[in-house]
Design a protein around this ligand. Structure first.
Ligand code: ATP
Ligand code: MG
Length: 398
């Protein structure tokens, strides 16, 4: 289906304009909250009875993602539908897309959920990615060239937060690593000398208008995002500009509609890899808002979730403006030591502290429970409060 503007609030018929989302995680929750603030009714489809988004949505369809009745209900209730995680089954999005505007499209999500297709797309866009080989058979495993080692073996599908990945330094480890990943289709990527990682979030509308949030500098720990720094000067301006241009071309080439995040590696200057490939390497894309964009809720005049609502509803897209430097700390389940609630009162005594918890009842190691964004007048001020918050919570300094 093509563009259709869904104005917020109630129509002459007395019916409330309603937007739907596939998936009930924290990203769905923040989408729902942004949509509701603007006056939309919301529907979440997620099999989990107590999902973060289901808990705050006006309506929650509790069925499997491929359940025909669940999908039929979602289509009947919603004027347009989005998704909040990339592993939503493509056939479900195709069904929805046959009757309602769906953004992003099943096709775009299908590319993002498969590393083989995703890498081919980056190559098509002329944006350099890590040298890689596709491994689907023992013959392809044997044919891997030495220059890809040491490397990281990644399952083509269903990986997240570093899951479905094995680091391998030689052929023996490569063989055992592929066994460990159950011999599913994988991509072997050359291990690159990373200096830093960054990401760019764009929103592209039905009419091709494309706007972006400022480039985010990201620190990962154990394969999971830990800290995002968003302020002018976090990266050399030319590199930041290059990342924005690359992200827009990746979205454009897909005829993408919705919010898209592209993650990049920045390589150490002077290394052979940087000389061969350039300093900026694309890692992967997420067809949705992204953890690294959560600071936009508190530090920008339009958040990534506002942008998702606008793209989905066919409303105007205007360039977001960051009005405050920001640092975001991810709050992982590790902080709930012995099931004790972390000292939020101490954290909230800091100026410019914005706490978001996702309503998850059980904390476990590595589970994303919430995030904390620190804003302030200057970068130095924000850094000081972010470090103070990290110290209070027992998060390693950065
Ligand atoms: P996400 O939750 O972001 O989707 P993921 O599980 O898909 O994560 P990747 O983004 O592929 O995983 O990798 C996780 C982290 O591992 C990266 O952020 C980076 O720190 C490191 N990494 C991945 N690939 C490489 C590489 N080729 N060279 C060096 N480090 C890498
Ligand atoms: Mg990643």
């Amino acid at each position: 289906m093509s563009r259709q503007t869904v104005l917020p609030g109630s129509a002459a018929s007395g019916q409330q304009a309603t937007l739907g989302v596939m998936g009930g995680g924290q990203l769905g929750r923040m989408f729902v909250q942004a949509a509701q603030a603007m006056g939309y009714f919301t529907v979440v489809l997620d099999p989990d009875v107590i999902s973060p988004a289901g808990l705050v949505s006006h309506y929650h369809i509790q069925t499997d993602y491929l359940d025909e009745q669940g999908l039929a209900q979602l289509m009947q209730r919603c004027a347009a539908i989005t998704t909040e995680f990339e592993n939503v089954p493509a056939p479900a999005l195709m069904t929805l897309g046959s009757a309602r505007p769906v953004a992003p499209s099943a096709e775009a999500v299908g590319i993002a959920q498969d590393r083989v297709k995703e890498k081919a797309h980056f190559v098509r866009c002329g944006v350099p990615c890590a040298p890689y080989a596709v491994i689907e058979s023992a013959a392809q495993l044997a044919a891997v060239t030495e220059d890809l080692l040491p490397g990281i073996l990644k399952t083509a599908r269903m990986g997240y937060d570093g899951k479905g990945q094995v680091r391998v330094s030689n052929r023996a480890e490569l063989a055992s690593g592929w066994d460990e990943l159950k011999n599913v289709t994988c991509v072997l990527e050359k291990m690159l000398p990373l200096k830093a990682e960054c990401s760019v979030i764009v929103a592209r509308g039905w009419d091709g208008t494309c706007v972006n949030l400022p480039v985010q500098l990201n620190l990962h720990r154990e394969g999971i995002l830990a800290v995002t720094e968003a302020f002018e000067g976090n990266l050399p301006p030319a590199l930041a500009e290059q990342a924005v241009v690359a992200t827009k071309s990746i979205a454009e080439e897909l005829q993408y509609v919705g919010v898209l995040c592209v993650e990049f590696f920045i390589l150490h200057e002077g290394t052979a890899e940087a000389q061969a490939l350039g300093k900026l390497i694309v890692n992967e894309m997420a067809p949705r808002p992204h953890n690294s964009g959560h600071y936009s809720l508190d530090a920008c005049d339009l958040s990534q979730f506002d942008l998702q609502v606008r793209t989905l509803a066919g409303l105007p897209l205007v360039q977001p403006r960051q009005h405050s430097p920001a640092i975001m700390l991810n709050l992982l389940g590790d902080l709930w030591v012995d099931n004790k609630t972390p000292p939020w009162d101490q954290v909230l005594a800091l100026p410019g502290a914005h706490l978001q918890l996702y309503g998850k009842l059980k904390a476990s190691k590595g589970r994303k429970m919430g995030h904390l964004t620190l804003t302030g007048a200057t970068v130095a001020e924000v850094r000081a409060t972010a470090l103070a918050a990290a110290a209070i919570l027992g998060i390693e300094a950065f």
